[in-house]
Design a binder for this molecule. Structure first.
Ligand code: TRP
Length: 355
């Protein structure tokens, strides 16, 4: 049996993704790579990775088949990126009903006005065109997300910058709960990507965000040819027309990707004329460096990163029953932990009638 003290001193990760599509390079840069590193670093006692199907349904209620299909895709992407089910518990949100139960009680601790102020919810309402017709379930998803985090006593939530308001909201709920009902829940902290460029990778079209709905993604499952053609057609500085022109590297997705992915080792291997990214940027900015050369370099790097992921993914695709075995085991483990938290929560709230 876990003691209360144990829960408070352990370092526990929870994070997850909505299964609305296959995962792409933006997910890889922003979270997947880091998760695998955190897992392999051994600094955490427990790691939970959740496929947030219930959350995905809050704005896809009319398309359950899409969510169902993408649960498998996301699981494949996780395994391909090196998440190890022997260390990280990979599970499906809907199969842990305690999460909805907790969310129901946390709803009493949050006002409508507070939810309306949440910047992430605000901007998502806009992008989804929900202004007048937002489903209640979608509106309350920050509360459900707090349930996800607290159910596993998570201390650490690796997320992109766009999820910061969610963590703020979660901490507020935890504090309210603990103040009202006694010290029960753990306050979580976010863990942001190390490099700003990783936090929000732009699309290959130069739009602010890589996103399936914008059709500007490089997917983890893309073939070598697809990657190459996407990279060679990437948006760059529109004013950099001739090689001699001065170029901008700041709002240029090719250079933002290089910020996120290139290492000095890559320069040695593929572009030895330049010592590092600073030198390459300086040349582009003063003029005399063509886009094609930079794009070829980026392509080499992305091929090197994505090839092993694609190969591993293809292997797992041949072993779907095993993937479902992993998910089932993960769901059972997650459910046991969440049930323990739900018991503590109900006891604190004095709704533990039968002992
Ligand atoms: N909102 C996250 C996303 O859009 C998914 C998610 C659900 C999540 N619950 C979470 C992330 C809890 C971190 C913690 O992908």
């Amino acid at each position: 049996m876990k003691t209360e003290k144990n829960c408070n001193t352990k370092k526990i990760i929870l994070t997850g993704d909505r299964p609305t599509g296959k995962l792409h390079l933006g997910h890889y840069a922003g979270s997947l790579k880091r998760r695998a590193e955190l897992q392999d670093g051994g600094g955490f006692d427990e790691i939970y990775i959740m496929i947030a199907d219930a959350q995905a349904l809050t704005d896809n209620a009319d398309n359950p088949a899409k969510i169902r299909a993408n649960v498998t895709e996301v699981a494949l992407d996780y395994l391909a990126c090196g998440l190890n089910p022997d260390i990280a518990t990979i599970f499906i949100q809907s199969q842990v009903p305690e999460l909805t139960e907790l969310a129901f009680y946390y709803m009493n601790l949050v006002t409508v006005a507070r939810l309306q102020r949440n910047p992430t919810v605000k901007s998502e309402i806009q992008t989804r065109g929900f202004e007048a017709s937002i489903p209640v379930g979608f509106f309350t998803y920050p509360i459900s997300q707090t349930a996800d985090i607290t159910a596993f006593n998570a201390t650490t939530v690796p997320v992109g910058e766009d999820q910061l308001p969610m963590l703020e909201q979660a901490r507020e709920i935890v504090r309210s709960f603990n103040t009202l009902y006694g010290d029960t829940l753990t306050e979580p902290k976010e863990l942001l990507p190390e490099k700003a460029s990783c936090g929000r990778l732009p699309g290959i079209d130069g739009k602010a965000k890589m996103s399936k709905s914008l059709g500007n993604c490089i997917y983890l499952s893309d073939s070598a040819d697809e990657i190459k053609s996407k990279v060679m057609n990437m948006y760059t500085d529109p004013k950099h027309l001739r090689v001699e022109d001065k170029g901008d590297t700041k709002d240029n997705p090719v250079f933002i990707y290089l910020d996120a992915f290139s290492t000095d080792g890559h320069f040695k291997k593929y572009l030895p004329d330049y010592q590092n990214l600073e030198a390459l940027k300086a040349h582009y900015e003063r003029g005399g460096l063509g886009d094609v050369k930079v794009k070829r370099f980026l392509n080499s790097i992305l091929q090197e990163i994505l090839e092993p992921i694609r190969t591993k993914r293809a292997e797992w695709e041949q072993r779907i029953p095993e993937v479902y075995g992993i998910l089932r085991k993960g769901c059972n483990k997650a459910r046991a932990v969440a049930a323990e938290t739900a018991d503590r929560v109900k006891k604190a709230m004095q709704i533990d009638y039968f002992g």
